[in-house]
Design a binder for this molecule. Structure first.
Ligand SMILES: [Zn+2]
Length: 246
């Protein structure tokens, strides 16, 4: 449908044949860069806020794990799309591409870590297992990158869904709904992850789903695990908590 209109070729190229990678149009390249590049600085600020909201040493090291994962997510993605746009096909582009794919596994594990360590101590075994699975998935990514495209999707889904099953068993369900909603957002976006050449700007749309899910999840983390509810209420009354150096 889209190929029939000459104007839309600016917005989308034909689907690749066989194992060839999709070649985005110039506008798609730019959209891919902007839709994640715009979140690099906010993710740095997000880490800073997590550290400021931390009240224990445990909060601080989890802030760094979760915050750095978010920063690397947007940084690797932006770096990969910039190198791709510049036509770089060498080692740098390959490293950024591998990092772009592998960091998704790390972000999944890093997103579960605050819930399983700060909220429910009995789930620490599960988070260790999640990180072990993440290391194996990253190893797979660097060893068999793009060789089995659908296995990559299955691994993302397995790593994303399995820990959630344990999360629903927590006695205190506060925040579980938000985690589930962010999971549904990102799973919905997978439709676009595999729609290059079918839907114009499909990859940039996928980026938007990733950003929305990451943002929604982040606010659930600071609200329920970093007591941001207290922070917002206190700020509203003009008296920020004493441990915040604002
Ligand atoms: Zn991307």
């Amino acid at each position: 449908m889209f190929e029939s209109c000459g104007e839309t070729k600016r917005f989308m190229n034909p689907r690749p044949v066989g194992d060839e990678p999709y070649v985005p149009t110039v506008l798609e390249h730019r959209a891919n860069i902007y839709t994640h590049g715009l979140f690099v600085l906010p993710s740095v600020l997000a880490l800073s806020l997590l550290v400021q909201l931390s009240q224990t040493s445990q909060h601080i090291w989890i802030s760094w794990i979760y915050g750095l994962a978010l920063i690397l997510l947007f940084t690797f993605s932006t770096a990969f799309h910039i190198t791709s746009y510049m036509g770089n096909t060498g080692r740098l582009m390959r490293f950024c591409h591998l990092g772009d794919r592998a960091i998704i596994y790390v972000v999944i594990a890093a997103s579960y870590t605050p819930w399983m360590v700060l909220k429910e101590h009995d789930m620490r075994d599960i988070i260790w297992l999640t990180w072990l699975a993440t290391v194996l998935c990253v190893f797979y990514q660097f060893s068999f990158h793009d060789r089995f495209a659908w296995l990559e999707i299955i691994l993302y889904l397995a790593l994303g869904i399995c820990p959630a099953i344990f999360l629903t068993e927590m006695p205190d369900k506060e925040g579980v709904t938000e985690v589930a909603v962010s999971g549904v957002i990102i799973i919905s976006g997978i439709v676009f992850f595999k729609a290059d050449g079918v839907v114009p700007f499909a990859h940039a749309i996928w980026h938007c789903f990733v950003s929305a899910a990451a943002g929604y999840h982040y606010f659930a983390v600071i609200k329920y695990l970093y007591q941001a509810k207290v922070f917002f209420e206190a700020s509203h009354e003009g008296t920020p908590p004493e441990h915040l150096n604002l």
